[in-house]
Design a protein around this ligand. Structure first.
Ligand SMILES: O=C(O)c1cccc(C(=O)CC[C@H]2O[C@@H](n3cnc4c(=O)[nH]cnc43)[C@H](O)[C@@H]2O)c1
Length: 213
């Protein structure tokens, strides 16, 4: 029996949506383990590392809802990360944001496993493949949305966990799968389309099992 696939989400509602798309036989046989590990990159990294320390897994997927950049990923859409990028890991300066690479302290960019990404994008032909930003703070102004979009021309979405999960995966095949609940921009939590995004997450998760189960 191959080691199971680990799917980590931030909150229980996302884990439930992922499980709803899975074949119950895969869940019962623990070929797939779905676990909510908390909101934000620190909780995601710590929770994923704890799970990986206590059992063997063949690959790790960070899954959940996300904000979409206007004109790049619509609400209800599905996104696969080519790269998960820690977009606020660095330093401010009068000349603008300096990424951690410019400070000489490592990387803010972790690519998806090429084989896993190919299998997922084949199983999800409607998914948008692009960079997904990880931020500890949800963007809530047009100015920040514009600055991020300009700094990351390949970014299609932002969420709060992917880079943390990728760091914890530490060499295991990693991918990030997101469905879009809201446009990135001025905060309007009431307009988030949670039901639509969670339904899209269940649909995407059915394809996930077909390609990786
Ligand atoms: O209240 C609910 O019923 C509910 C159901 C599912 C998920 C939630 C969340 O609040 C999930 C938080 C999670 O969502 C990601 N996210 C979504 N939109 C954005 C965004 O615009 N910028 C950054 N992150 C976003 C994020 O990964 C959070 O962990 C509530």
């Amino acid at each position: 029996m191959p080691d199971p696939l680990l799917v980590v989400t931030a909150v229980a509602a996302e884990a439930d949506a992922v499980r709803a798309g899975a074949d119950p036989r895969h869940l019962d046989a623990r070929q797939i383990v779905v676990a909510p590990v908390g909101v934000g990159p620190a909780a995601a990294a710590a929770g994923t590392a704890r799970l990986l320390a206590t059992a063997r897994y063949r690959a790790v997927v960070s899954a959940g809802i996300a904000g979409g950049f206007a004109g790049r990923a619509p609400v209800g859409g599905t996104v696969l990360a080519a790269r998960s990028i820690a977009a606020d890991l660095g330093a401010e300066s009068p000349a603008g944001f300096l990424a951690i690479e410019e400070l000489g302290f490592g990387t803010s960019v972790l690519p998806a496993d090429p084989d896993l990404l190919t299998r997922l994008s084949t199983a999800l032909p409607g998914a948008i493949v692009g960079d997904v930003l990880t931020l500890a703070t949800v963007t809530g102004t047009a100015a920040t949305a514009t600055a991020l979009a300009e700094r990351h021309p390949g970014a299609v979405a932002e969420a709060m966990e992917g880079f943390g999960v990728a760091v914890a995966a530490a060499g295991l095949p990693f991918a990030e799968l997101r469905t879009i609940s809201n446009p990135i921009g001025p905060r309007d939590r009431g307009s988030w389309r949670l039901k639509e995004a969670l339904e899209a997450l269940s649909t995407a998760s059915a394809a996930l099992w077909k390609s990786c189960g």
